[in-house]
Design a protein around this ligand. Structure first.
Ligand code: SAM
Length: 190
């Protein structure tokens, strides 16, 4: 499954900017891989708002845009304020990688998946956050979010060409001594 994928993406769409953690990492990876490349990041809220942005609420010193500026990564990141669904319905762009990390409600993930699949370039893939296979815990803390799994299960029932590859164990630690990630690649065969 992995061999045909575009694992050196140049055009990325991110759904769910929030405090910009993943945006910064993706932008840094684009810079390192290509020296160019774009990660368009969409959030329903204005994440850079000086008073109400999530970065302010969690006590960070910099907004996502200011972090990117400080790291010399601004050129990689167009910000979009609005709903993921509206953006994906309207955009004429196609992407190598679409990272779904917005609303984790089962219906929202199902809808975003349906909108995202046609936006993929050939050999492109979706990266889904909080995918717990079977809706079960994958770490010793017993925590699980079942809704993204349910969304994918429904999509696969309707279209068996949809494949999911949970990334499982990574070579580096993620949190609380665990290497197990809830990231999963999703793509459509053929
Ligand atoms: C889990 S956070 C994203 C975390 C982010 N990727 C990071 O690393 O900091 C989810 C974000 O999705 C946004 N969101 C929720 N529903 C959305 C929608 N329908 N369209 C766009 N963004 C949405 C929320 O406002 C929130 O900022």
């Amino acid at each position: 499954m992995l061999s045909s994928l575009s694992l050196r993406p140049r055009k990325v769409l991110e759904i769910g900017t929030h405090i910009g953690t993943s945006t910064v990492y993706i932008a840094a990876a684009l810079q390192r891989l290509h020296g160019d490349g774009l990660v368009t990041t969409v959030d329903i809220f204005d994440v850079d708002d000086p008073k109400q942005g999530a970065w302010k609420e969690v006590g960070l010193r910099k907004s996502p845009a200011d972090c990117l500026k400080a790291l010399g990564l601004s050129k990689h990141v167009p910000f979009q304020v609005g709903s993921s669904q509206d953006y994906m319905r309207a955009t004429p762009e196609r992407y190598d990688l679409i990272f779904l990390d917005g609303d984790h409600d089962a219906w929202a993930v199902y809808e975003e998946l349906s909108l995202a699949l046609p936006l993929l370039q050939e050999n492109g893939a979706i990266l889904l956050h909080d995918f717990y296979p079977g809706g079960n815990p994958i770490r010793s803390n017993g925590h699980a979010i079942g809704r993204p799994f349910r969304a994918i299960a429904r999509a696969q029932k309707e279209d068996p060409a949809i494949q999911v590859l949970p990334l499982g164990e990574l070579p580096w630690q993620i949190q609380r001594g665990s290497n197990t990630t809830t990231l999963a690649l999703v793509l459509k065969r053929g």
